[in-house]
Ligand binder design. Structure first.
Ligand code: FBP
Length: 266
């Protein structure tokens, strides 16, 4: 199964780097996260596939409804944990099972993804679930992407480098094959995150929509210069007026080492 994992990982990390479209917001934030033209998942998925995104991360239900768009065109990462914002605030620090590793296998996925909120009062339960998922994924040679998100009552600033690198290290120690985490605000600090991850590829989590695309591209550039392997981006693409151009610009920074100033002109 190590061989299967390596083959699947290489479908996501093209030449060791990846631009992944995050598309689990319909549950995590609700449909109000999408501009009206993108409430229909098919419309935005067609655009990102057309722009040549490397992989899409989504929940099993939407993957089943849209397979004819992405099938055989991009790699697929199936996320099997989620939560809604309809929950009481305190309970939003726990993600629930949202499918099974077998759903990912049945869909032909290249990886499975799950969130761990490091520092949450539900950390113990989330870790039990993480290891159950990881155990099953191992059997099928499926790599596991961990959304290693530090958040909880004792965490004042979830973007603080000390906090983010702690989460990244914990993700590596829990056997993640890929780590998705917060950008810490600078190249120097993100270098520390990459170091703490001890060789496990680190991808930046996109975050809320930046007003100016150049600012987002600068973050991505810093992540790559710091040794990060790419980005998993949702809102900065589907809330942008031109999602295709945004994917192309991010790809130019990640895969072609273009500067943000060059990429923004594409
Ligand atoms: P974005 O690029 O939109 O930040 O997407 C990354 C992501 O982790 C999504 O996978 C998820 O739906 C969302 O952010 C969760 O955001 P938060 O928990 O911060 O509200």
């Amino acid at each position: 199964n190590e061989v299967g994992k390596r083959i699947r990982l290489s479908r996501i990390l093209r030449n060791d780097r990846a631009v992944v479209f995050a598309f689990d917001h319909g549950v995590e934030h609700g449909p109000s996260d999408f501009p009206p033209e993108h409430v229909n998942p098919r419309v935005i998925l067609e655009k990102v596939v057309d722009a040549g995104v490397d992989a899409i991360m989504m929940l099993p239900g939407i993957a089943r409804l849209t397979w004819d768009i992405w099938g055989n065109k991009t790699a697929l990462i199936i996320k099997v944990t989620s939560k809604t914002n309809l929950r009481p605030k305190d309970e939003r620090l726990l993600q629930s099972p949202f499918g099974f590793v077998e759903d990912a296998v049945a869909l032909g996925a290249d990886a499975v993804a799950a969130t761990v909120y490091w520092g949450s009062q539900y950390e113990d339960l989330m870790l039990q679930r993480w290891f159950t998922i990881r155990d099953a994924a191992e059997t099928y040679g499926l790599p596991c992407l961990q959304l290693a998100y530090p958040r909880g009552p004792a965490i004042a600033n979830r973007y603080d480098v000390e906090i983010v690198r702690y989460g990244a290290r914990a993700a590596a120690e829990s056997g993640a094959d890929l780590i998705k985490t917060y950008y810490t605000g600078s190249l120097e600090t993100f270098r520390e995150v990459v170091k703490a991850a001890s060789g496990v590829p680190v991808l930046m989590s996109g975050g809320p929509r930046r007003e100016k695309e150049i600012d987002f591209l600068r973050d991505v550039w810093n992540v790559i210069q710091a040794g990060g392997k790419g980005v998993v981006v949702g809102r900065n693409v589907f809330q942008h007026k031109n999602p295709k151009a945004m994917i192309k610009a991010v790809k130019a920074v990640v895969h072609e080492n273009k500067t943000p100033e060059e990429a923004v002109k594409l």
